[in-house]
Ligand binder design. Structure first.
Ligand SMILES: [Zn+2]
Length: 97
């Protein structure tokens, strides 16, 4: 699996994922801004996982029950459908501003 965001591949074993928690906060203001201080963009493999910024403020955190890898997931609204996206949770990329 790539280190950046991608649409959940049809082959991905979603049934192996167990919900651990969420990065969403009910009382937080709606923030659509992304955080890319070093020239990354949403799809970059090294884009910071910026807690509180989009799309991380929409994410739930999952763990694979087979291999314990952690993943972030959220639904990107694309007009007529929701694109389910997934990204491996790399703790080294987490930034809290
Ligand atoms: Zn796994």
């Amino acid at each position: 699996m790539r280190p950046g965001w991608e649409s959940v591949p049809g082959s991905f074993p979603l049934k192996s994922l167990r919900l651990l928690g969420t990065l969403r906060s009910e009382d937080a203001p709606e923030i659509w801004e992304e955080y890319h201080p070093h020239g990354t963009h949403s799809w970059s493999p090294d884009a910071p996982i910026a807690i509180g910024f989009y799309p991380y403020n929409r994410c739930d955190v999952y763990e694979c029950i087979d291999c314990s890898r952690k993943y972030l997931r959220y639904g990107e609204y694309g007009g007529y459908y929701i694109d389910e996206r997934i990204r491996p949770l790399n703790f080294k990329l987490i930034v809290q501003i």
